[in-house]
Design a protein around this ligand. Structure first.
Ligand code: NAD
Length: 501
């Protein structure tokens, strides 16, 4: 996405930024109790941006106590829905006012192109508005009873919700979690990724300005094994809503079992199939979409279309077209609005991607493009768009989530084979399907084991539709009114009524 601001405008704005680096607990900013900090680094330049409070169990315990007190006081949980809505709309307006700055913080912190970060801001603000507007439109139910009873089914907030989010869409994932959780009346503690804490802390300043009651929204920057684990093991957190890797998702379920059986909603990893049938129209446009499906956000996307399944009769022609589009998706300075890809989040992830590429070559896949680190900026971490053909489902790059700009192309000969290959994965987050045959589209859509199926598009959808996975991609649903339901309990009130004197 290109922006109205030029490369120089973004560079200037970046130079003027001041970072909030302290935790946000009970409406005040404070250092971690231990005084510890960690560095957050701009992966496009290798330069340290800031030292951020490194919260641990001591801070988590304090935040949970404030969250519980706020919940019991009721100044948010029992606030009239129409009033809660006004506070959240104020927050959305402030986010809108400061969207360039919020977008820039995500770009500096984790390396994505600033145009893409601005797109995330539209999603994040839209999510807060949607949930704010929903608050006073949700009704309870009256059960169908005889006249000697009245059965009320009430929706009530859960209590304290801990939201643990990743670095790939820092503020948008945050909004998907906190929007519905706050709207439902819960107290929320946010644990941003240690790789991208800055936009969450700026959001906390906006929450303060929007005048949320104390303890209703708090931010604990810190590591997963300290701050995150403490929240997950807390006996007084009622719900964990998580977006991140499948491995950590599994740990969180164990923590819930070891503590208080808190609800655990998981949005985890993927290895999504993008299936192209020979009958689809305008192959070149499909190829452009297939390339963007993996190279958008440097491939650091849970729903990246990382497995491209192409009908063998068009495969070579189609792969050529994908390669031509991929050539034009090279990484560049994330502050340049014309860059399609930016930097890889950190050295660990950069090395991991290059290791997968090496393994792909060793296991016999055909490297058709890229396959190496590139350096549009000295000291930055970048990887060229990489395409492997002749991948098989036995190869590591064909099965594991790489979370980088690496596309694995497979061939198939029949619809049956395409469905079998698409479903042959531990994951089930997204699937793409390109065809002009409506009968085939309906048949295949129903058979794909996936939380969402994109037909003749990739990553389509807006705030009105749920987003989430099946199998080891998780169990939660972000967005739409279904996400709001996840953050409330159903309570039954059964009243006995006298039918006559
Ligand atoms: P990650 O699992 O390493 O970390 C996610 C969050 O969990 C971070 O805040 C981290 O600090 C925290 N964490 C780590 N260990 C923890 C522990 N023991 N206890 C509590 N918290 C802990 O994931 P990541 O590298 O930040 O993000 C990439 C992953 O996220 C990919 O697998 C990607 O597919 C997934 N993701 C999924 C979706 C979705 O909607 N399904 C969206 C975006 C990203």
């Amino acid at each position: 996405m290109s922006t109205q601001m030029s490369h120089a405008d973004w560079q200037r704005l970046a130079g003027d930024l001041r970072f909030e680096t302290r935790a946000f607990i009970n409406n005040a900013f404070s250092d971690a109790a231990s005084g510890e900090t960690f560095e957050t680094i701009n992966p496009a330049t290798g330069k340290t941006l800031a030292s951020v409070a490194s919260c641990d169990k001591a801070d988590a315990d304090v935040a949970v106590r404030h969250a519980r007190q706020a919940f019991e006081r009721g100044d948010w949980s029992r606030m009239a829905p129409g009033q809660r809505k006004q506070v959240m709309l104020r927050l959305a307006d402030l986010m809108e006012q400061h969207k360039n700055e919020l977008a820039l913080l995500d770009t500096l912190d984790m390396g994505k192109p600033v145009g893409s970060s601005l797109g995330d801001m539209a999603g994040a603000i839209g999510c807060i508005r949607y949930n704010a507007e929903s608050i006073d439109k949700i009704y309870g139910e009256v059960a169908p009873t005889g006249e000697d009873a009245l059965g009320l089914i009430l929706r009530e907030p859960l209590g304290v919700v801990a939201s643990i989010v990743p670095w790939n869409f820092p503020l948008m994932m945050t909004a998907w979690k906190i929007g519905p959780a706050l709207a439902a009346g819960n107290s929320v503690i946010l644990k941003p990724s240690e790789k991208s804490p800055l936009s969450a802390l700026r959001l906390a300043q906006l929450v303060q300005e929007a005048d949320f009651p104390e303890g209703v929204f708090q931010v604990l920057p810190g590591f997963g094994h300290t701050a995150g684990k403490a929240l997950a093991l807390s006996m007084d957190v009622n719900c964990l809503s998580f977006t991140g890797s499948t491995g950590v998702g599994k740990q969180l379920m164990q923590y819930a079992g070891q503590s208080n059986l808190k609800r655990v909603y998981l949005e985890c990893g993927g290895k999504s199939p993008n299936v192209v049938f020979a009958d689809c129209k305008n192959l070149d446009a499909v190829a452009s979409n297939a390339a963007a499906a993996i190279f958008h956000n440097q491939g650091e996307v849970c729903i990246a279309g990382s497995r491209l399944l192409v009908e063998n009769s068009i495969r070579e022609e189609f792969v050529q077209q994908v390669l031509a589009h991929a050539e034009n998706m090279q990484p560049g300075d994330p502050l340049n609005p014309d860059s399609f890809m930016g930097a890889i989040v950190d050295e660990t992830q950069h090395k991991r991607i290059l290791d997968y590429i090496r393994q792909g070559v060793e296991e016999g896949a055909n490297l058709r493009l890229g396959g190496e680190a590139v350096s549009p900026i000295d000291g930055g971490l970048f990887v060229a768009p990489t395409v492997f053909d002749n991948v098989t489902d036995q190869m590591t790059i064909g099965r594991e989530e790489i979370f980088g700009p690496v596309l694995a192309v497979f061939g198939f000969d029949s619809e049956e084979e395409a469905v079998r290959m698409a479903n042959d994965s531990d994951y089930g987050l997204a699937a793409g399907l390109w065809s002009q045959d409506i009968d085939r589209i309906m048949r295949v859509s129903r058979r794909l084991h996936s939380g969402q199926v994109f037909v003749n598009n990739w990553a389509g959808g807006d705030q009105t539709v749920p987003f989430g996975g099946v199998k080891q991609s998780g169990n939660g649903r972000d967005k739409s009114h279904h996400s709001l339901e996840e953050y409330s309990e159903l309570k039954t009130v059964w009243m006995t009524l006298a039918t006559r004197d």
